[in-house]
Design a protein around this ligand. Structure first.
Ligand code: PEP
Ligand code: MG
Length: 765
């Protein structure tokens, strides 16, 4: 048996291992010695208690690599010299994606990364747990054994709890020296690269979004008292959830009730309570127990690649947050805005759209999140609010202090932390330049969008929230060409009832005044998920049961929405647009549903709209091959080029690897547009384009060359597009596009760019 200097080598019964280890860690932390000695003692203790031949601590460096900081059992010379690249080997995987790795035969695992200097080839079993604080992984704690064995659940729990204590002490700097790399990275200028979520450049000072309460006290001296605190808090949490049920808006039966019931079941789950109690009995404070149980359940749930489990994990995260708030005696919703700088750059690991709306818009300049994609809901809201935003900024939270100067360059996707005076000066110039250009666009606001040869183009804006509506007047748009109604549904906690929907649409119409508004009915499914609506799991949701398909199969929600729209537009024109239409007969079915609602309202003495136009989104290529069957069944058409292009090229619009692989400025999509424009002319059906391309000057110029006369785009694009229109000659651009399609030119984009340059068309953005 290996005898560990001065420690009791006897194996411990598993139920006491946690408690023993906590006590010993507490003693080590209280000792007056340097950080390295503490880490050395910690690994020795863990190895002893867990009867492991090896115990090692790896910590993340600034570049994301892992460094061996302390070991018992591996070659001591490897300490501070062995490094693992980001994600390398089983340990790297553990630290990179924050999962526990339990491998009976690690050395023959394909992902095993063998480092000769450590002498680890003789060990077979490996258990690695992430060392993380507030969901941020800062390293890995590893034990290894010579035998081939799978570590028990108890072993995993003990190691996870230990990792938590280590994390706490590293972050708080109690283990001097080891936190230095993290600390140092918080004081120097640096650039973090991410993905632009919402266009713009912002200079300001960091405000850290504190979604969670940070648990600082981990170990308790009095478990009995902690159990009382915990039980009391759970009690209050349950009462709080019961109150949610009593809320009038949520009291009716429906999908949202199912969601709430599931949530409530979780809050009452005996297994959860038992785990929390066990963690407290093991020596943790109630707060630390909440965090620990959350971490270990998260690890298990992350193994399930299923949206159901991800949703459950969100429930658990939310419940854990609530429980921490109860324990801390804080209100459920913090008021974030009063203590905020007036040039705030909000930095968060993750942020929901509603949380963003909690902040005072007038003080918010930029947003940086560690997760988030261009399609995420927070991105949508950031765009609507006109806040420069960057996502996928890995590690940003760890590298900033509240109050640091920061620049969000959401054009390139770079976040500059603590920038030098030169960088600030250069960016201030950029911001001024953009502001000047913006001024120029503003000056065009009241000028009609008429081309050089006198062709009037209708410029509409896309919207999705009531907060977008003031942009109508600011941008000088002719109306709303696409109102994405699902955004409001995505932000709600429960399905909005008839009155709420009616009021919303009424407000939108009131804000629009005389200008037309095209309401698109719910386009859910695909990447747009309603938290309270249970949808069957689909392998391929973008092509699954979404939008009109749901409306036709389960017409209740659709009818409710149409009823709300009809009521809201009493006495004026109503334009309804149906997403994801695939065939003409679908529109026949839609019309009969709308007719039923008209009849219902007439019977109940409601005033109907003065005119009802029912149109379709043109997003599915099948329509191209049935234009004569489809067009007579619609009052108007709007091309959703985001979806049309994804289906035309079979390239997932949400997958960055393939989304930009195909160019919309290439013969297949351009021919598709041409076919549609020609047939629509024959059937006298007005056509608009409302996908992203309508807001890009070169693409919009090409669409005009293809015969389109109506474009709908984000409000910020109206200025640049109008400037392009004022400088273009329709006849000449039409010739250019015609020739391109005839010749089958290879580089369509380049040819169009050259045309714009030669002809003096302003395609500058
Ligand atoms: C489109 O598909 O182009 C479109 C405008 O709709 P959405 O982006 O909402 O799918
Ligand atoms: Mg679409």
């Amino acid at each position: 048996m290996v005898t560990r200097r001065g420690e009791d080598p006897r194996p411990l019964p598993s139920e006491t291992a946690l408690r023993v280890i906590m006590r010993r860690l507490r003693e080590i932390m209280a000792e007056d010695c340097d950080g390295q000695s503490k880490l050395d003692r910690i690994v020795r203790q863990i190895a002893g208690v867990m009867v492991a031949e090896v115990c090692s601590i790896y910590l993340k460096r600034q570049d994301g690599s892992l460094e061996l900081f302390a070991t018992e059992g591996l070659n001591p010379d490897a300490v501070h010299s062995t490094r693992l690249k980001r994600g390398e080997g089983l340990v790297g995987k553990c630290a990179e994606i924050g999962v526990t790795v339990n491998e009976p035969e690690a050395s023959s695992h394909p992902a095993f990364s063998y480092r000769p200097e450590t002498g680890e080839e003789i060990y077979h079993a490996l258990l690695a747990v992430p060392i993380s604080r507030s969901a941020q992984v800062i390293g890995a704690l590893v034990v290894q054994n010579k035998t081939t064995k799978e570590y028990s659940d108890e072993d995993v729990e003990v190691l996870q709890a230990t990792a938590m204590v280590i994390a706490e002490n590293l972050v708080s700097g109690a283990v001097a020296g080891t936190g230095a790399a993290i600390e140092a990275s918080r004081s120097q200028p640096m650039i973090i690269e991410g993905e632009p979520l919402s266009d713009g450049i912002a200079l300001g000072h960091v405000v850290l979004h504190e979604a969670r309460i940070v648990v600082t006290q981990l170990l308790s001296d009095n478990p009995a008292a902690e159990i009382v605190r915990l039980d009391d808090a759970i009690h209050k949490l349950q009462a709080n959830i019961d109150e949610m049920f009593e809320h009038e808006e949520l009291s009716a039966a429906g999908e949202h009730r199912d969601v709430l019931e599931a949530y409530k079941m979780f809050a009452n789950d005996k297994g959860w309570h038992r785990r929390l109690r066990e963690a407290v009995e093991g020596g943790l404070t109630a707060e630390a127990a909440v965090e620990r149980v959350q971490n270990s359940m998260r690890t298990r749930m992350l193994r399930q690649h299923d949206t159901y489990w991800r949703e459950r994990q969100r429930d658990l995260d939310d419940l854990s947050d609530r429980l921490l708030r109860v324990l801390a005696g804080r209100p459920m919703r913090a008021n974030n805005s009063d203590r905020m700088a007036s040039d705030a750059i909000l930095v968060a690991r993750t942020l929901g759209p509603a949380e963003l709306l909690d902040y005072d818009r007038t003080k918010l300049r930029g947003l940086v999140v560690e997760d988030g994609s261009a399609q995420s809901h927070v991105a949508v809201v950031a765009k609507a609010l006109g806040i420069a935003a960057i996502g996928q900024a890995t590690g940003v939270v760890e590298r900033v202090n509240a109050g640091d100067a920061a620049i969000v360059d959401a054009v390139t996707g770079e976040v500059h932390l603590r920038p030098s005076a030169e960088v600030i000066a250069a960016y201030s110039d950029k911001v001024r330049f953009r502001a000047r250009r913006q001024k120029r666009y503003q000056a065009l606001r009241d000028r009609p969008a008429i081309t050089k040869d006198g062709v009037r183009i209708s410029l509409l804006m896309n919207a999705g929230l009531l907060v977008d509506m003031p942009h109508l007047a600011e941008s000088g748009a002719d109306g709303v060409g696409l109102y994405r109604t699902e955004l409001q549904f995505m932000l709600s906690d429960a399905f909005p009832r008839l009155d709420k929907q009616t009021q919303l649409y009424r407000n939108v119409l009131a804000e629009a005044g005389e200008r037309p508004v095209v309401f698109r009915t719910l386009d859910i499914g695909g990447d747009k998920v309603l938290p309270y609506l249970r949808q069957p799991k689909e392998e391929n949701p973008a092509m699954g049961w979404r939008a009109i398909r749901m409306a036709l199969d389960r017409p209740e929600l659709f009818r409710l929405q149409v009823r709300a729209m009809l009521k809201a537009a009493a006495g004026r024109q109503l334009r309804i647009m149906i997403p994801m239409v695939t065939a003409g007969y679908e529109m026949v079915a839609i019309r009969s549903l709308v007719d039923r609602e008209k009849e219902f309202l007439t019977k109940h003495n409601h005033v109907l709209p003065s005119e009802i136009l029912i149109g379709a989104m043109f997003e599915v290529p099948s329509l191209l091959f049935d234009l004569d069957g489809f067009l007579p069944r619609v009052d108007f058409v709007s091309v959703g080029s985001n979806d049309l292009v994804q289906f035309l090229f079979a390239a997932d619009r949400t997958n960055a690897r393939v989304a930009s692989r195909f160019d919309v400025l290439s013969p297949p999509p351009l021919r598709a547009f041409k076919m549609l424009v020609k047939a629509a002319k024959k059937h006298r059906v007005p056509v608009t384009v409302c996908g992203e391309i309508a807001g890009r000057p070169l693409e919009a110029m090409t669409l005009i060359g293809l015969g389109l006369r109506s474009l709908s785009m984000a409000p910020a694009a109206i200025g640049p597009i109008k400037s392009m229109i004022l400088s273009v000659n329709v006849e000449r651009v039409t010739d250019c596009v015609e020739n391109l399609l005839k010749d089958g030119a290879k580089d369509v984009r380049l040819t169009l760019q050259q045309f714009a340059e030669r002809d003096g068309v302003d395609i500058d953005t």
